[in-house]
Ligand binder design. Structure first.
Ligand SMILES: NS(=O)(=O)/N=C1/NCCO1
Ligand SMILES: [Zn+2]
Length: 263
């Protein structure tokens, strides 16, 4: 109904940080990863990704982050192995960041905050036919989280950074092609933490196998500054708000165990 869609929209309000309660939500994300409490699991395999840069379609500002979207109508961009039993398909990746380099990530490692965090969102194409279906189901989604640190310029990221001025406002979209998501992976993707959690933006459903990389990637101060030049607001709105601090507050662990693929 109209009111519910308005309600959902307001949850998507840019400054939305929760504390939107999810009825019975005790597997929520993000969380702090207490390294010493993580349990090494020797059964965890290396992750296997196979992405086709040709299936990259567009980049757009959804009023909360910016998304790079892939054609997920065929099995072209797959992720399997690691903690996953099934094959998952990439549908988009996006970032979360702060107004300064002191914070911005959603997950933390022993309470350590990073200036930004990359999320690559995949859905279980062995069991479902659409992202929208999988998003409601346990084991429906797999999200890879990669921390960003400020340091040397990231050559792979620059093509994406150069596209951002064209999507400054909410709901703006431009064509974006031939981008390899694996170019944003750290050199080591075998060392990761994994736990069962939720999306950190509505619908907040507890359908996510999180795979958080131990190794971060480096981007330059100037590259990150361009992220902050984006706006939460659409071109029509009188007051323009810079898109920063688009991360959710951390959620209680509620007895969950975080497993590690490394000792
Ligand atoms: N930050 S997140 O958990 O990846 N959230 C979402 N929502 C839709 C797709 O990814
Ligand atoms: Zn995210």
């Amino acid at each position: 109904t109209a009111c519910s869609s308005k309600y959902v929209l307001s949850q998507m309000h840019p400054m939305w940080h929760g504390p939107l309660e999810v009825p019975g939500g005790d597997h929520q994300s993000p969380i702090d990863i207490a390294v010493k409490k993580a349990v090494f699991d020797s059964e965890l395999k290396p992750l296997e990704s196979s992405y086709d840069p040709q299936t990259c379609q567009q980049i757009w500002n959804n009023g909360y982050s910016f998304l790079v979207e892939y054609d997920d109508t065929t099995d072209k961009n797959t992720l399997k192995g690691g903690p996953l039993q099934d094959k998952y398909r990439l549908c988009q990746f996006h970032f979360h960041w702060g107004e300064s380099n002191d914070w911005g990530s959603e997950h933390t490692v022993d309470r350590r905050l990073f200036p930004a965090e990359l999320h690559l969102v995949h859905w279980n194409s062995d069991r479902y036919t659409l992202f929208e279906e999988a998003v409601m189901e346990e084991n429906g989604l797999a999200v890879i989280g990669i921390f960003l640190k400020v340091g040397k310029r990231h050559e792979g990221l620059q093509k994406l950074v150069d596209a951002l001025p064209a999507i400054r406002h909410k709901d703006s979209v431009v064509e974006f092609t031939r981008f390899d998501p694996a170019s944003l992976f750290p050199s080591n993707i075998d060392d990761y933490w994994t736990y069962h959690g939720s999306l950190t933006t509505p619908p907040l459903t507890e359908s996510v196998t999180w795979i958080v990389m131990k190794q971060h990637i480096e981007v330059s101060h100037d590259q990150l500054a361009v992220f902050r030049s984006l706006l939460f607001t659409s071109a029509e709105e009188e007051v323009q708000k810079s898109m920063v601090n688009n991360f959710r507050v951390q959620q209680p662990l509620r007895g969950r165990t975080v497993r590690s693929s490394f000792t």
